[in-house]
Design a protein around this ligand. Structure first.
Ligand code: ATP
Ligand code: RI2
Length: 182
């Protein structure tokens, strides 16, 4: 299952909350991303890589998926997508078709109204005003013919997390006991 959607929609926030609630649930594995960005307090628990280390990992074939956006490199290492029942990861909309060619894919499109996106990115304070404007202007259409469920994160974090949990549970309902893929 891949979370995707515009910057500021709340993908990282809802993913982290759902991951905490589902810790120890054998049906789910939450994949860590590798990103050429230093960690920020309270931010995503990614693997920070230097640009050189990212290029070396890419050249060595260590990424199952990778993409570039906002001047950064992002990757999912092979070990982060093991053969369990449901692997949950946050992806660029630009690699969803590639992901769907690897494994059966359900996309969770996380969205919020534009005014909320802008307010949240400003409040997050990770990027400067120009970078925030570029993020808000970025449009990447979702490819057609994918299984897409929409989570509108326009209320509290708790409400958004409950919506994400419902979507995760709906897909995981097919898992066999012990978290085995059917
Ligand atoms: N439901 C919510 N209510 C209030 N604030 C929220 C909510 N969801 C997320 N936020 C806040 O909005 C900001 C952006 O959220 P987050 O970083 O999770 O978005 P994102 O979709 O992962 O964005 P990006 O694609 O840029 O990484 C964060 O500061 C987060 O705390
Ligand atoms: O716009 P698209 O291509 O869907 O996404 C581009 C990338 O930007 C965001 O990452 P972050 O905010 O830098 O962590 C998304 O999570 C994604 O990885």
């Amino acid at each position: 299952m891949a979370l995707a959607g515009p910057s500021g929609a709340g993908k990282d926030t809802l993913l982290a909350a759902a991951q905490a609630e589902l810790a120890g649930d054998p049906r789910f594995h939450f994949a860590r991303r590798s990103v050429t960005r230093l960690p920020t307090p309270g931010g995503e628990a990614h693997e920070p890589l230097t640009p050189a280390a990212f290029e070396a990992a890419l050249a060595a074939g260590q990424f199952l998926l990778h993409w570039r956006a906002h001047g950064l490199g992002y990757g999912i290492r092979h070990a982060e997508a093991p053969g369990g029942c449901v692997v949950v990861l946050s992806l660029s909309r630009a690699v969803l078709l590639e992901a769907a060619a690897l494994r059966p894919l359900t996309v969770i499109e996380v969205t919020a109204p534009p005014a909320l996106l802008a307010a949240r990115l400003a409040g997050r304070g990770r990027e400067d005003a120009a970078a925030i404007a570029a993020r808000l202007a970025r449009e990447v259409p979702l490819p057609p013919a994918l299984d897409v469920r929409r989570v509108v994160n326009d209320g509290t974090v708790e409400a958004g997390t409950a919506r994400l949990r419902s979507a995760l549970e709906a897909v995981a309902a097919a898992c066999l006991p012990g978290g085995i893929r059917p």
